[in-house]
Design a protein around this ligand. Structure first.
Ligand code: G4P
Length: 533
C-alpha cells in the first residue's frame, strides 16, 4: 500500500505516447524505455508485436496480432520515483482515428525522427493533433549511428515544418560510422558512445568535459568544427525554457540511437523531470483539476472481443480527477438517473491482466463493459459533467455495407452495432434508409477492411461493401431541420444525411459540388466536423 499522498501520486505520474513515422524506431525506443523501467517481459511483447506487423501484409492477416497489440495498449512502469504510463499508438498506416483518440488520453508525447529522414509524413499528421492540444513534445532523433542529415538542418526542419521551436538538449558528436556520442548542453557533460552488441540494454559511456584533452583527441580533426556548431546553437538558437515546453511551443531535442540504447536514458531522465504531470482538463461547464476530490474520467477507446473465447468488451478510461476505486459507482453516461458500478477494472501488462484496486489521475483503467460505455463518455458521479476530449474527424470515403446472407441478419446487425459503438466507423442515415445496406463513412479505406474482417471473424457475418459516390462531408448548423435543409439549392449528386446524433450533414461527390452549394447558398454555414461534438 502506497504511503504517498494523493498529491504526490499525481505529481509523480507521467503519461505519454510515442509518435513516429513507421520504421523511425518507435518499437525499439519503447522496448528500451521498458527495460529502464525493469519491465523486461513487456519489452519482449513489444518486439513480438512489431515482428508480426512486419511479416504480415496487412491488417487482415493479423488476428493474432490483435491479441498482442491491444494488450500492450498500456504499459505502466516505475522509474526512480516516477510512475510512467506509456500508451501504445496503433501502427497502421491509414487507420489513424484510433491513434488520435489515444493521444487525447496522454499528457506528453515523444516524437521519434529518423536522423536520415527528418520529419516524415505521418509524424507531421500526428504532430498536428498533438499541437492542437498544446501538450509537451519531446523529440528523439534516432539512428545517429547511421549516416544522418546535418543536425542544424534537422532542427531547422522541425521548426519550419512543424512550427515549433526546437532546442537541442543534447548535441551529437558526428554521425554514422563517426558517431562518437552526445554533449549534454544543460549539464555541459560529454557522453561517449561505445557501440554495444545488439540487445544489450545499457550502453556504456564515459563522461568528460568538452575541453578535456582526451576528448579533443577523440574528436581529432572534427574538434574545431564541432566546437563551432556548439557555439552556433548556443548563440543563434533558442534557450531551453520549461514554460514554453509545457505550453507545447518548444520541443527539447535529444540525439541518439535507440538500437544501441544510446541517448535513451537522457531522454527518459529529462522527460521525467520536465514532462507534464496530469494536467487539468476542460469540461462543458468548468475545468476539472487532477487534485479535485471527486473521481472523473473519460473513455477514449472501446475494444470488443479482445479475447474471442470470452467475448469480452473493454472500455479504456483515462482518470482525470480524484481516485478511481474498484466497485465505485458513476452515473450512467446515457441515463443520469441510473448508476453504474465500475466492477472488474483491469490493468493490462503485456499479455496479462491484473485487477486494479485504485488508480490516480494520469492512469488508464480498462473496464469490462457490456456495451454501456461508448467512446467519449464521461464517467463521474457529478451530474452534468462532460469532457469533450475526443476529436471527431470528417470521413473522406463512403460505402454501403451489404449483408448478402439474410440468415445472418442478426449477426450482421449486432456486429455492426458493436463496431459503431467502438467508433471503428461512422454511420449516416439517408432519408429513406435502407436498413440492410447502411451508409458508412471512414477517414481511411482500411477502416472498411477492419469492419468487414471483424464482422466475419467475430460475428460470422460476411459483408460486402459497395462504394458510395461521395468524398466530402459538411455538417449543417446544429438542430437544422430536414425541411430547412431541403429548401437549399443542392445541385447534382449532393445528399442530405443524418449522423448518429441526428445532426444533418451534406455529402458531396467532389469539390465542385461543394463550391456550387457555397455559391448558391451564400448564407449557409457549414462545418468540417460536427459542431455538436
Ligand atoms: P517502428 O516501430 O517505428 O516502425 O520502428 P522499429 O523500432 O521497428 O525500427 C525500424 C528498424 O530500424 C528496425 O530494423 C530497427 O532495428 C532499426 N533501428 C531502430 N533504431 C535504430 C538505431 O538507433 N540505429 C539503427 N541502425 N537502426 C535502428 P529492422 O531491420 O526493420 O528490424 P530488426 O530486424 O532490427 O528487428
Amino acid at each position: 500500500m502506497s504511503t504517498r499522498t494523493t498529491t504526490e501520486e499525481i505529481a509523480r505520474r507521467r503519461t505519454f505516447a510515442i509518435i513516429s513515422h513507421p520504421d523511425a524506431g518507435k518499437t525499439t525506443l519503447t522496448e528500451k524505455l521498458l527495460l529502464y523501467g525493469g519491465a523486461l517481459h513487456l519489452a519482449g511483447s513489444v518486439r513480438a508485436r512489431r515482428n508480426m506487423r512486419a511479416t504480415a501484409s496487412d491488417w487482415m492477416d493479423l488476428e493474432k496480432e490483435r491479441g498482442i497489440s491491444i494488450s500492450s495498449t498500456l504499459m505502466q512502469f516505475e522509474y526512480g520515483d516516477a510512475c510512467v504510463n506509456l500508451l501504445d499508438t496503433p501502427g497502421h498506416k491509414d487507420f489513424s482515428e484510433d491513434t488520435y483518440r489515444v493521444l487525447t488520453a496522454v499528457d506528453n508525447v515523444v516524437m521519434v525522427l529518423d536522423a536520415a529522414k527528418g520529419v516524415e509524413d505521418r509524424t507531421r499528421k500526428l504532430f498536428e493533433i498533438c499541437s492542437l492540444r498544446k501538450i509537451p513534445i519531446f523529440t528523439f532523433v534516432n539512428k545517429m549511428d547511421r549516416p544522418a542529415r546535418g543536425s542544424i538542418d534537422l532542427l531547422d526542419e522541425i521548426e519550419k515544418v512543424l512550427g515549433i521551436h526546437a532546442v537541442p538538449v543534447t548535441w551529437p558528436l558526428g554521425s554514422g560510422g563517426d558517431f562518437k556520442g552526445v554533449f549534454d548542453r544543460l549539464t555541459q557533460q560529454v557522453f561517449l558512445f561505445e557501440p554495444t552488441k545488439h540487445g544489450q540494454h545499457r550502453a556504456p559511456f564515459k563522461v568528460s568535459s568538452i575541453h578535456d584533452a582526451a576528448f579533443r583527441e577523440r574528436l581529432g580533426e572534427h574538434y574545431a568544427e564541432w566546437m563551432e556548431s556548439v557555439e552556433m546553437i548556443s548563440t543563434a538558437g533558442e534557450q531551453f525554457d520549461h514554460a514554453r515546453v509545457t505550453a507545447g511551443q518548444m520541443t527539447p531535442v535529444f540525439f541518439g540511437s535507440a538500437m544501441n540504447n544510446f541517448g535513451v536514458q537522457h531522454l527518459l531522465d529529462y522527460f521525467i523531470r520536465y514532462g507534464d504531470p496530469p494536467a487539468p482538463r476542460q469540461t462543458e461547464t468548468r475545468v476539472v483539476r487532477p487534485e479535485d476530490p471527486d473521481f472523473s474520467g473519460f473513455v477514449f477507446k472501446v475494444q470488443a472481443n479482445m479475447n474471442p473465447k470470452h467475448r469480452d468488451n473493454l472500455a479504456f478510461v483515462r482518470v482525470c480527477s480524484g481516485i478511481f476505486e474498484k466497485d465505485m459507482t458513476v452515473l450512467d453516461p446515457r441515463d443520469s438517473a441510473r448508476k453504474l458500478r465500475l466492477a472488474y477494472p483491469q490493468r493490462l501488462f503485456g499479455q496479462e491482466r491484473e485487477t486494479v484496486e485504485r488508480a490516480y489521475p494520469g492512469d488508464i483503467v480498462g473496464l469490462v463493459s457490456h456495451g454501456n460505455f461508448h467512446i467519449g463518455d464521461t464517467l463521474s458521479a457529478t451530474p452534468g459533467l462532460r469532457f469533450h476530449e475526443i476529436p471527431r474527424f470528417a470521413p473522406e470515403v463512403f460505402g454501403y455495407l451489404r449483408n448478402p446472407n439474410p440468415s445472418r441478419f442478426k449477426q450482421f446487425r449486432d456486429g455492426l452495432g458493436q463496431l459503431l459503438a467502438e467508433g471503428v466507423i461512422q454511420r449516416f442515415h439517408l432519408p429513406e434508409d435502407i436498413s440492410d445496406a447502411p451508409l458508412l463513412g471512414a477517414v481511411g479505406p482500411l477502416q472498411f477492411d477492419v469492419v468487414r474482417y471483424r464482422l466475419e471473424k467475430e460475428y460470422g457475418a460476411v459483408a460486402r461493401l459497395d462504394t458510395a459516390p461521395y468524398t466530402l462531408i459538411r455538417w449543417l448548423e446544429p438542430d437544422t431541420t430536414r425541411a430547412a435543409a431541403e429548401k437549399l439549392t443542392l445541385g447534382v449528386g449532393v445528399t442530405i444525411v443524418a449522423d448518429a446524433d441526428e445532426e444533418l450533414a451534406l455529402l458531396f461527390p467532389n469539390e465542385w459540388a461543394l463550391r456550387f452549394v457555397e455559391e448558391r447558398n451564400p448564407k449557409l454555414v457549414m462545418h468540417r466536423v460536427s459542431p455538436r461534438r
